[in-house]
Ligand binder design. Structure first.
Ligand code: NDP
Length: 240
């Protein structure tokens, strides 16, 4: 029987690697995206997988999309809440909309997607949810009150939901990547990147595949005893 995995923000960056990893593990992957049509089309051409456009921050759009995806492909067995954005700036200069955009895209999106998909997982007595948080949700980061709050919020969300669904065969875990080479980080100034790399004991940034492998394990039936966990993959930069 086919198994469906839904990866938000699954057409680019870390999400792209997660989509490929889950596909390799035998899942029929549906990736979502927000606006980058070129990356989405490249993903469709390369993988043959479906890529669906909607805003994970908008509950009504999520509801419509989840209904469409589940009727076209089947019930979602694995949900990876990966879509995320940054809008950095010091708090005393941060426009209110940058606070809301980052909280809603990174954190409220987890509520939206889980609220729609968890009832089916509970009924079927099986599910795997992996939330992609961040090292900066664990340690805080200068210029990222919005992002650090959203990513820390995801950790509390993960633990609370894990308790609620554990007896139903559903696991919920969070991964906190350190700095990973994607569009999100390669757009940073070189001197900022150099100073970050100096803080990483393994002396390099991570690769998207290094996060994808972890997601694939947590998404597998073998990870049934791991739930409510926060798993760091940061090259030793922050040891919580
Ligand atoms: P990218 O910027 O490379 O990709 C982000 C993905 O999320 C894209 O597919 C994008 O769609 C999608 N997306 C963004 N906003 C929305 C939205 N409102 N609705 C639907 N989809 C959306 O990010 P990364 O791969 O670098 O990051 C992936 C996750 O990992 C994020 O949650 C990020 O916070 C987290 N992370 C990243 C780290 C890093 O170093 N890169 C470190 C720690 C955590 P589109 O292509 O259409 O724009």
């Amino acid at each position: 029987m086919k198994k469906i995995a839904l990866v938000t923000g699954g057409t680019r960056g870390i999400g792209h690697a997660i989509s490929l990893g889950l596909r390799k593990d035998g899942y029929e992957v549906v990736a979502t995206y927000h606006g980058n049509e070129e990356a989405a089309q490249k993903f469709r051409d390369e993988t043959g997988c479906d890529a669906v456009k909607f805003d994970v921050a908008n509950y009504q759009e999520c509801e419509k999309a989840v209904q469409q995806i589940e009727s076209a492909h089947g019930p979602v067995e694995v949900l990876v809440n990966n879509a995320g954005i940054t809008k950095d700036g010091m708090l005393h200069k941060m426009p209110e909309e940058n606070w809301h955009a980052v909280i809603e895209t990174n954190l409220t999106s987890c509520f939206n997607m889980c609220r729609l998909i968890v009832p089916g997982m509970r009924e079927r007595n099986y599910g795997r949810i992996v939330n992609i948080s961040s090292i900066n949700g664990q340690k805080g980061q200068f210029g990222q009150t919005n992002y650090s709050a959203a990513k820390a919020g995801m950790l509390g969300f993960t633990k609370a939901l894990a308790m609620e669904v554990a007896a139903k065969g559903v696991t919920v875990n969070a991964i906190c990547p350190g700095y990973i080479e994607t569009d999100m980080t390669t757009n940073m100034k070189q001197e900022v990147l150099d100073s970050i790399i100096r803080q990483i004991p393994v002396t390099r940034m991570g690769q998207p595949e290094e996060i994808a492998d972890l997601v694939c394990f947590l998404a597998s039936p073998n990870a049934a005893f791991i739930t409510g966990a926060t798993v760091a993959a940061n090259g030793g930069q922050y040891m919580a």
